[in-house]
Design a protein around this ligand. Structure first.
Ligand SMILES: [Zn+2]
Length: 661
């Protein structure tokens, strides 16, 4: 059957035929070779419908057949006049058979010009022409066969390459496909964009047939929407029809219910004191989770069909490119929620089922860069302050991602920030803006690396330099150099404990004698959750644990008097038993003993051992002390820190948390 069709070929072929005004019914078309008689029309370019349709073109006899019809590449389309001329001939056909009056046509044309549907679709929409009459006219004028519902397939054709939305919007039903071509029923093949898009998505020529829009639509519903709705798939494949898509996504994202849903997600996160919002698309659900006090918690999810709209909405708010759905992006959203100024840092990453979005909430107002409120107290606090008092040298803060290193650094900077000192930071990213401090954002893409920025700022005559992270030897070398020349340098390292900070620097290639003469102290930290004081419940630990705790508590405590608290949960803490977080920390000082050990390249455990002998309280013990004071639980301390039976290579079991706090 297909072989007998008078017209085959791709979009350009058809467009070429249309452009030449040829009567394809005349028989076997010579579709091989030939010159392209077709100019390219950008898909978005406006077509002037008035010219041909309203003017002399109407009723004019079709041009004589041209034997040399283009079969060039499928990206080409018919010229506007050609399209108009086809439309004019369809109209003439209808008028000639008393299916349409000239006055009715004029009315439809004015409405079409006012930005309504394309003219032919408008005729049907206004009830001036029946779908069947239009299909008949198109079939006659274009010489394309009609597609009857009995020709429709039993299963979706070309599924996955064509989105349901595209098919529905353009009333297209793929009928069958072989190596040579994709056959499809179209309600309006004069819409060149539809044909081009089809040919591009199928990556082969399209054999067009004329179908009734209503019959195509119901077939699409039957074939593609049953038994289960597949919104994820339909939305997931959008990439092929970008321009139209983006508009569509913008439309979706600006719908009031979508805006409301996104606002609600953020609002509830603020109410829950969340530090991060995770929006994760899966095959059959859109998961929303909040991280509260370091722990992820799933919350009510919006319907999965709103996935694309919600993610687009977030991307628009963060000024991200909504057309880009294949590469990770990041941006920020300044926001006011309940009169509170928030800064949302947004990052997107493409996953199997769409983009996964994480929004980090930075509450500019309620952050307090204050050692006491962060949980620094007792001996670790004294040791930290003693390092900050030194006129030059390096202080390193170590810990895994999400252990609050940046906040500690900011707090140290805030303490050091006085009129007499010039402070410059190099960060990636700049999390909080501190008044009076020059903060530089690393931009690796343009060569502004930590090391590059650092080289530049040492010439800016600073007193204090903060480097977000000592990632490489070059950065470490410049930091050491700066410290040697009388600067205070603050930075972070990604190690589990303080002693490992020393060995990490040596491993990176920093010379031991430079290290011992520049590093003043290394602080390691974790965050534990604060017990909710409204619902915590006291209990006596078992003897074995009590004995361990007695060692930390020191001689002041006698056996049997140790009390711990467990998390219970009440309204005030959202049922978790915890409210907020605080640090547990250890500070290793560069004493003579440590210096000598470093020079003979002692292991991290040896260094740790020496430091403990010299009075360092480990962060584990700092945690146990806080647990005995009823401020956190032993369980939470053990969750984030390793027991210090000597040094552990892997202080492990640290849940990987999203970013710094
Ligand atoms: Zn509570």
């Amino acid at each position: 059957m297909l072989d007998r069709q008078p017209v085959t070929g791709d979009a350009a072929t058809l467009a070429g035929i249309l452009a030449e005004g040829r009567e394809p019914n005349l028989g076997d078309a010579d579709l091989g070779g030939g010159e392209a008689g077709v100019t390219v029309l950008g898909a978005g370019e406006a077509m002037d419908l008035d010219e041909g349709a309203g003017g002399a073109g109407l009723g004019a006899p079709p041009n004589p057949p041209q034997p040399d019809v283009s079969t060039q590449a499928s990206g080409e389309a018919m010229e506007p006049e050609a399209q108009d001329s086809v439309q004019a001939r369809v109209v003439a056909y209808l008028e000639g058979r008393d299916k349409l009056t000239h006055a009715e046509y004029g009315r439809a044309r004015r409405l079409a010009e006012d930005g309504g549907d394309p003219i032919l679709r408008m005729l049907v929409r206004l009830g001036l022409v029946s779908e069947r009459d239009l299909a008949q006219a198109l079939s006659e004028v274009l010489g394309l066969p009609l597609a009857d519902p009995t020709d429709f397939p039993e299963a979706p054709v070309a599924e996955g390459r064509l989105t349901l939305r595209f098919l529905k919007d353009n009333h297209v039903l793929p009928l069958r496909e072989d190596d040579g071509a994709l056959e499809a029923a179209l309600a309006d093949p004069t819409e060149t964009f539809t044909l081009e898009a089809l040919a591009m998505a199928a990556d082969k020529p399209v054999r067009a047939r004329i179908g009734l829009a209503s019959e195509i639509d119901s077939a699409l519903e039957r074939l593609y929407e049953q038994p289960a709705d597949k919104p994820a798939q339909a939305e997931g494949d959008l990439g092929d029809f970008d321009e139209e898509d983006i508009e569509h996504l913008k439309d979706l994202a600006s719908e009031a219910p979508v805006i409301r849903m996104v606002n609600q997600i953020v609002q509830r996160a603020v109410d829950a004191r969340a530090s991060d919002i995770h929006i994760e698309p899966f095959a059959d659900e859109l998961k929303v989770r909040y991280r509260v006090d370091g722990i992820l918690k799933e919350v009510d999810s919006p319907p999965v069909r709103s996935t694309a709209a919600i993610i687009s909405r977030v991307k628009i708010m963060a000024k991200l490119n909504i057309a880009e759905r294949r590469l990770p992006q990041d941006g920020r959203i300044p926001l006011r929620v309940q009169g509170k100024e928030l800064d949302l840092r947004v990052s997107t990453v493409p996953t199997m089922f769409g983009e996964s979005v994480v929004m980090r909430l930075l509450d500019k107002e309620s952050v307090r860069f204050d050692l006491d409120s962060l949980g620094f107290d007792g001996s670790p606090r004294e040791r930290l302050l003693s390092v900050l008092d030194l006129p030059y040298g390096i202080l390193l803060v170590t810990g895994p991602t999400g252990s609050g290193k940046s906040t500690t650094l900011y707090t140290a900077l805030a303490r050091l920030n006085t009129q007499e000192r010039k402070i410059i930071t190099v960060e990636d990213p700049v999390e909080y803006q501190l008044p009076g401090i020059n903060q530089i954002q690393v931009k690796a893409q343009i060569g502004m690396t930590f090391a590059g920025a650092l080289r530049a700022i040492v010439r800016q005559d600073p007193d204090i330099i903060m480097v977000g992270e000592m990632r490489d030897l070059e950065t470490a070398r410049i930091a050491v150099q700066s410290a040697l020349t009388g600067h205070v340098v603050l930075s972070t390292l990604h190690t589990n404990d303080a002693a490992s900070g020393v060995t990490r620097l040596l491993d990176m290639g920093v010379e031991d004698y430079l290290l011992t003469s520049t590093v003043n102290g290394i602080l390691a930290q974790r965050l534990v959750r604060r017990l909710c004081t409204h619902c915590r419940q006291p209990y006596r630990p078992l003897p074995e644990l009590a004995a361990k705790l007695a060692r930390v508590a020191g001689p002041a405590s006698s056996k049997g008097t140790i009390t711990l608290h467990r998390a219970v949960g009440c309204d005030r803490c959202g049922g978790t038993g915890y409210l907020g977080r605080m640090v547990i920390t250890e500070v290793l000082l560069m004493s003579d003993g440590i210096r000598q050990a470093v020079l003979r390249h002692a292991t991290a455990s040896e260094l740790q051992h020496i430091a403990i002998q010299e009075g360092m309280i480990t962060m584990y013990d700092d945690g146990l002390r806080k647990a005995m004071e009823g401020r956190t639980t032993v369980e939470d301390v053990m969750r984030v820190a390793a027991a210090d039976d000597g040094h552990l290579e892997d202080a492990g079991a640290i849940p990987d948390e999203a970013g710094e706090a």
